[in-house]
Design a protein around this ligand. Structure first.
Ligand code: SF4
Length: 289
């Protein structure tokens, strides 16, 4: 397979065929994100993509799921995406789920009919990076959309019949906005009604605008206890009828995973153990993005 640069995928795609169809991220502007700073956004040549599909057809018949990398394959033009999904369906018929990250702007640029067509062609799961439901935080991190727009994108994805996973970022509001960020994020998630909530913990990366803010003293990061209180506020504020809650990303100090609302009380109790100092936590150097 042709992989250019570091390949990033959600934890739930650990066993998927990773087909890199674009490089980088078409937004590439979030102040905390260092994922694609070294990469220009672009579509990989069709011949390269096609050769990778051939490779997968020959060697990946045990993998039933496929993830389209990099940052936002939904940035592909409609006819390219339709062709790509058609080829995957034809040449990898055993693949039962195709997934991709989806940037807010790229959902905005697709019509409802286009989203429904992608779903029909097998694109059944999108990962939307909300990060925060708190508008001042969304603005500060240059996410490119406010909470109302994010809610509307989420509803459009759900109406198209896709599984929607929404990512939130603990600590991104800094100390000043920590609890406002947690409460607003819970409210936005309640309105979005995603199938999955995925929680990551902020790691401040070198050469990002956020690191410059940190150095300038205009961003105050949370300590562990503040992060756990933020997580508790977020989880407690969720009133989802049926959703997976995953805080098991490598960036988190401990893993939390369960179904809402069934496991909500048990997960809150785990956070309380972290706050009480009786839960085993990951060492700082073991945290990864
Ligand atoms: S949209 Fe995602 S990949 Fe792109 S800059 Fe923001 S966080 Fe990074």
């Amino acid at each position: 397979m042709d992989y250019q640069g570091d390949i990033i995928r959600p934890p739930s795609e650990a066993n998927s065929i990773i087909l890199q169809v674009t490089t980088g991220c078409s937004h590439n502007g979030c102040t905390f994100c260092g994922a694609y700073r070294d990469k220009r956004f672009g579509l990989k040549p069709w011949a390269t993509i096609s050769a990778d599909i051939d490779f997968a057809a020959r060697w990946c018949s045990r993998q039933k799921t496929l993830f389209l990398a990099d940052g936002d394959a939904l940035a592909l033009e409609d006819q390219v995406l339709v062709r790509l999904l058609g080829e995957i369906r034809e040449r990898l018929p055993w693949v039962r789920r195709v997934a991709s990250y989806a940037g807010a702007r790229n959902i905005d640029e697709k019509s409802d009919a286009q989203l429904a067509r992608y779903r029909q062609l097998g694109l059944s799961r999108l990962y939307l990076g909300l990060e925060s439901g708190h508008d001042p935080t969304l603005k500060a991190i240059a996410k490119g959309a406010d909470s109302e727009q994010m809610i509307s994108f989420a509803h459009r994805v759900r109406r198209a019949g896709m599984f929607l996973s929404v990512t939130c970022l603990l600590g991104i509001g800094g100390v000043r906005d920590s609890l406002a960020h947690a409460r607003a994020t819970a409210e936005v998630l309640n309105t979005m009604a995603p199938n999955q909530v995925a929680v990551l913990t902020l790691m401040i990366l070198a050469n990002t605008p956020l690191q410059r803010k940190l150095k300038a003293g205009t961003f105050q990061p949370l300590d562990q206890e503040q992060l756990f209180r933020e997580l508790r506020t977020l989880l407690q504020g969720l009133h989802l009828e049926r959703a997976q809650f995953q805080a098991n990303h490598a960036s988190n100090y401990f893993s939390l995973s369960g179904r809402l609302p069934k496991d909500q009380a048990a997960m809150l109790a785990t956070i309380d153990r972290a706050l009480a100092g009786t839960l085993h936590l990951k060492e700082e150097q073991q945290r990864l993005l």
